[in-house]
Design a binder for this molecule. Sequence first.
Ligand SMILES: [Zn+2]
Length: 310
Amino acid sequence: MKLVRGIWVSNFPSRERLFRELNKVGVDPKEEDIIRGIRDTWSWGTRLPADDPRVARIEATFPIPRDGIGLLISCQAEYDQSEIDAAELLKISFSVRSREELAPYMGAKFDYSTACPACGSGGTLLPGSGFPARALPAKRTCAVTSLTVLLVTGDLLQDLRQFPNSEQWLVQLADNKKRHPLPWHAVWSRTTLPPAFTRSKGFALQPDDPRFACSICDRNRWATSFEQPYEYVYSREEVRKACGDAIPEAHTVPDVASTWERDGCGSPIDGSATVWRVPTPYTFVSQRVYRILRKHMKKHLYGDPATLVD
Ligand SMILES: [Zn+2]
């Protein structure tokens, strides 16, 4: 495992200006992922070794905030293939252009029966959830929402459907305007892991914005700390208790599970249609699901192994 800096420059109004700024700090933007964001802005992300002098140059060139342009530099761990191969449970993340959100205001539907009534944490995505079909890529088998929920179709979807438990974590989407079913599914598991932050390192509550602070659970603002990489530690016993029947026979972990920690702030569930969005879980997968995703997504998929302690 080695330490890297995750760098994310967002909301540039023009591709040309973003290229110019990146050239100034000694980065060839063409070597990295330039991502056209929603609403016609340009974002760019990469990972650089923690001791790369360009990290400091980037920090000096893109001060926060300026003209709405954002810069995030986080501390991340990059794992060797042998560490990935040995992991039973891995958190997945992606370097894929992000699309729109899975949110009530976009037409997504949620089951709130196990959710926090103040912020919606714990709400689970329901089949038939609306998503803008125009935001989905025509020739790819994967996409990612702006709050990093993985969407799958085609061969990748077929491979994931081989798992007998896939109905628990593949949620069919519908066109949010015409309401007809889409061939796309979201990966959103109803199975929830125990809280990770009690044992793990690298967790931080996002800054307390009074608009989003939850008066009940504070479960909706957990994200990776910028100072140290995330190290996931779960107790096997707690995972067994929390995930129960979702762990396949002769296996030690569920194939796909949501984290207890949620991201995306959320808004009050008050029984009306005013819910704006629902906090989104991070997703962990078993080694066998990770291998299927890796086969299709290749370098666009990252895995962070969890440590399971007895
Ligand atoms: Zn809450």
